[in-house]
Design a protein around this ligand. Sequence first.
Ligand code: GUN
Ligand code: ZN
Length: 428
Amino acid sequence: MGKVLICGQVLGFTENPFDVPVEDAARYERRGAVLVGDGRIAAVGTAEDLRAAHPGVEAVDYGDGLVTAGFVDAHAHYPQTAMIASWGKRLIDWLNTYTFPEEMAFGDAEYAAEIAARYFDLTLANGTTTVCSYCTIHPESVEAFFAEAQRRGVRTVAGKTCMDRNAPERLRDTAARAYDESKALLERWHGVDRLSYAITPRFSPTSTPKQLEALGALWAEFPDCPMQTHLSEQTDEIEWVLGLYPEARDYLDTYERFGLLGAGGLYGHAIHLEAREKDRLREVDASLIHCPTSNTFIGSGLFDMAGLTAAGHRVGLATDTGGGSSFSMLRTMAAAYEVGQLNGSALHPAQLYWLATTGSARALRMDDRIGNVAPGMEADLVVLDLTSTPGIAQRAARAGDIWEALFPTIMMGDDRAVRDVWVGGVRV
Ligand code: GUN
Ligand code: ZN
């Protein structure tokens, strides 16, 4: 594969903007360029310097387009694509009324393949180049998703969603089947091309202690696999969990006691946490995944971004489609901003953008490969038009710096703002 020089405004991160002043966290070039070859970023600099150093290399010039890392969505449910934006329920009713009936269809490999293709069409059109997705109980749903990801060359994390109680019979496996099928899928897909397998107990209410124990044992056998689940999303869910697990000290303990707490653990939502839960999550350096459009849509609550980042928690950002109401990480950043405001802290555009790229990659423990524009990183890029609608353009025209120019697109942008997407150094 030949080299290509991608020119535009270029933005990447050198530090975590929750840890250092935002002006020290980013690297920005007004007339920048990214040299790409063999699927990776070979160099980043000014367009002038890189053109002079690589005179024979084909250049793609996006002018005022903003070139950044592609978005990383750290928690999604691809099988919920077709039932996104279903009205009027809270978590448990929403699962029973809309989610479980739709997920039943994924035993059909053809339907799973159709939705997987549709899902990647939608997420790539929105500039998302990596997702970490739940599948359904059916191995077919995992096969379909990984096969589609592999065809498109995208870095992807996914796993079979395990449930052996409190779900319709057709969506239940057993402890043994959850272990066996997860293990077979893991052995088939984990580490193949750009794919990673995540061990995936849906959440404590839909697993027996026996199933959680089996999946904890599987994680101990394959500790380099991520493990994803849900934690403390709604207050009535928490009450239900404590009733189902009377010995547990708190919701997190239902995972902890079965070997399902650790680094590499991805805990979706994590809104209503007790002090002990926060301490333990911090101690093991687990990842908390903020799903702001879902948390407002399903009415779950306000994630404490300021408090958790100040305490040193590892935090990622995610759509949680279809509990989340958008496929767009721009819309998701906007919702994170709004939730922050309701909590009394305004997230800076650098913090929002970091969360949607480097932060989520770090939550997935993939920040050595994706989520940033830097030499050696995989060349997954999004090119944004910061003037994609008249309303955005007139506001951006007044901007004094890149953050002020970017913020209207964060708050009001959608897939119309996505000019181009590069996956593994290939324009898609
Ligand atoms: N908790 C358990 N399953 C789900 C799900 O599919 N979506 C959300 N938002 N929460 C869950
Ligand atoms: Zn979820």
